[in-house]
Design a binder for this molecule. Sequence first.
Ligand SMILES: C[S@@+](CC[C@H](N)C(=O)[O-])C[C@H]1O[C@@H](n2cnc3c(N)ncnc32)[C@H](O)[C@@H]1O
Length: 451
Amino acid sequence: MDDMFAELDTLVSLIASSVDKLKQEFKESGKPVPSIHSTESHPFDTGPISQRFDDALRTVQGACAQLTTLVSPPQLTVANLGFSQYTTACIGVVLKAKVADHLQSKSEGMPISRLAEVTKVDVNKLARVLRLLATKQCFREVSPDIFANNRLSILLVDGSPFSALTKLMSDENYHAGCALADTLLDPVATSSSSPKDSPFSRALRYDGSLWDWYKDVDPEKGERFGQAMIGFSAILKYDSILNGFPWKDQPQGTTVCDVGGGVGHISMHFAKACPQLHLTVQDRPETVEQALQLWNNAEPEIMKEGRVNFVPINFLEESPVKGCDYYFLKSVIHDWADPDCRRILTNVKKVMKPTARLIIHECLIQHVSKDDSEESHFVSTAPKPLLPNYGEGRIFEYLMDICMLGLVNAKERTLREFIALGKDCGLELVKVWDCGLQNSLEFKLANVWVK
Ligand SMILES: C[S@@+](CC[C@H](N)C(=O)[O-])C[C@H]1O[C@@H](n2cnc3c(N)ncnc32)[C@H](O)[C@@H]1O
């Protein structure tokens, strides 16, 4: 009988002790916990956070969700799970109707009747969409039928890279999600490793990959994807990517090739923080054009200094520029199934000098059960009775995994899978660098010993 509430009590005390740690961190930052009603950002939102903050946050998120599930009737929990696509759909509505834009600078809120007028959406239907989102704490119902922005909804204002990311989620990803079950149950598509067999391509009845679709069907959304990747880095945090690996300690003239670097926004951050690095951004020709525009506008000085260059590539067919000290592949490998990853990594390996390093920067997937394998020790395991992978505290990585399946028929990987991929291509893991939500996996040429 004493143990009747053991799990419940442990979860509550984990929450309490983790909240204490978070309070301490907020106190030390000199900035209070931001109010949900505030539309100002807090330094912790996009700036660096400590390992202690990160662990405590994950624990609170995991434990709160686990506690709620523990005490709730399972029918309700599963029904809420099953309905979650409607949250995405409502995000899609407010993005298209630019609701957050209309509410900007209306801190006292706007009556739904006025919002309906400016968005041209039926007043009752719009109110219901906003009420669902406000119930999820995105938007605020200030008083009955008067809505305002808050800390979450302000991120949906049009034009920012983050809003581009949310559009990608409620558009390309949403279509992909609708076709997931049919694709997985199709006897041919289910075991295909071709990006043409993605749920996204099935949903749009398109005979090609997402990348072909962006190039040939909707270049505007292709451009939006480039912006969305910048928005994605606001979640990963540029400083975590930069500081997780000793980029700042590299000697003068160190050459880094950002393979599949998109518009080069990570390289831009590196170039600003590490003037000793010489960067080459490589991507599809149309993305390289977009990158050049961005850099010429944003960083004319670095362009003039010649510290960065841009070289188009099809990394499935060609090797990147030869002889760099580092080849950096961030969020690239997760876009491809194993056979294509082997092509990409082999193409990189061909141009690596003996001292070169390949840095694969990705999420690491963990099993949801206890895992005693050697590789599992590189990733932190949650305290009991949390799910070993922190459950809801790390849900982003698992949503990303299904997003990869949905958009490009690919995947996030476990460390064991990365090691195996490297081995197939003559590459050996040297070290795992913890960079928060993602990790930098350092590989060298296998069977090469360099002092
Ligand atoms: C998920 S994005 C990652 C971009 C960037 N590394 C980042 O983390 O923001 C994947 C990138 O791979 C590029 N890509 C896709 N197919 C490619 C190919 N065959 N050759 C070169 N780049 C390609 C896309 O254009 C896109 O910029």
